[in-house]
Design a protein around this ligand. Structure first.
Ligand code: ADP
Ligand code: ADP
Length: 224
């Protein structure tokens, strides 16, 4: 059974008097440990797809199944709880808290979830070391390179051990070598933990390093 299944998902936005249908029956399956590249031009609905798949937005039609269970009938609270436990997000800009160290930024989601501080710091330290940032624990975001900042953001996104990760142009702001490093980090995490990820990117070379490639065409998901 796929971890995540999108079945003919529809998503529309109201734009003045009109409705724009961004997703028109988008279907895909995502399995544990798989890292999928989502490659499509701007404005075709990549962010919308990631938000619906990540339970941030509700579809207007179709269904999103997690472990075979439909999610559309869940209450907002239940969806939020599920998202907190199971889903991580990474964006083009890292959104790290500037006053906090790398370690504190990664420990924070675990503290919010109720883990005692020593354990949260321990896991944050292990995770950052695993991602090659063991020598950067006490650095603030401004003291890190762009690639390091993005790897801290990835560590933060997976700090609570989600099973799904959605990354929206995570290297849109980075040079090619640094971008490759960030992609490698995502793949390594997925291999090690069974994390399933969808990574929206414009970079076809990098997309080629992931397990498979999909795109959006007329609101539907097709293989590349
Ligand atoms: P992408 O990530 O591929 O650039 P988006 O999913 O952000 O695409 O947006 C797809 C289309 O939906 C765009 O035309 C955008 O203007 C529109 N859109 C996205 N979010 C909203 C919203 N909240 N309200 C109205 N229109 C939206
Ligand atoms: P990565 O591939 O992880 O992004 P880079 O090749 O960009 O790493 O940077 C290598 C090293 O150069 C970093 O470990 C960092 O110490 C230093 N560095 C790069 N950019 C900056 C910056 N803006 N401020 C401080 N140090 C930086």
């Amino acid at each position: 059974m796929p971890m995540l299944l999108l079945d003919r998902v529809v998503r529309r936005y109201r734009q003045g008097a009109d409705a724009l249908e961004v997703l028109s029956g988008a279907s895909m399956a995502l399995h544990a440990g798989e890292v999928v590249a989502l490659v499509a031009p701007s404005g075709t609905g990549k962010s919308t797809l990631l938000h619906v798949a990540g339970l941030l937005e509700r579809p207007d039609g179709g269904e999103v199944y997690l472990d075979g269970e439909p999610t559309s009938s869940l209450s907002d609270d239940a969806r939020t709880a599920l998202r907190r436990n199971e889903v991580g997000f990474v964006y083009q800009f890292h959104h790290l808290l500037p006053e906090f160290s790398a370690l504190e930024n990664v420990a924070l989601p675990q503290l919010i979830r109720g883990l005692p501080a020593p354990q949260a710091r321990e896991r944050a330290s292990e995770l950052l070391s695993y991602l090659g940032l063991g020598h950067r624990l006490s650095h603030r975001p401004a003291e890190l390179s762009g690639g390091e900042q993005q790897r801290v953001a990835i560590a933060r996104a997976v700090a609570n051990a989600p099973r799904l990760l959605f990354a929206d142009e995570p290297t849109g702001n980075l040079d090619p070598v640094t971008s490759a490093h960030v992609f490698n980090t995502l793949t390594r995490l997925a291999r090690a933990s069974g994390l399933a990820a969808v990574v929206a990117t414009h970079n076809l070379d990098l997309a080629g390093t992931l397990d498979r490639r999909i795109t959006l065409r007329d609101g539907q998901i097709v293989d590349l």
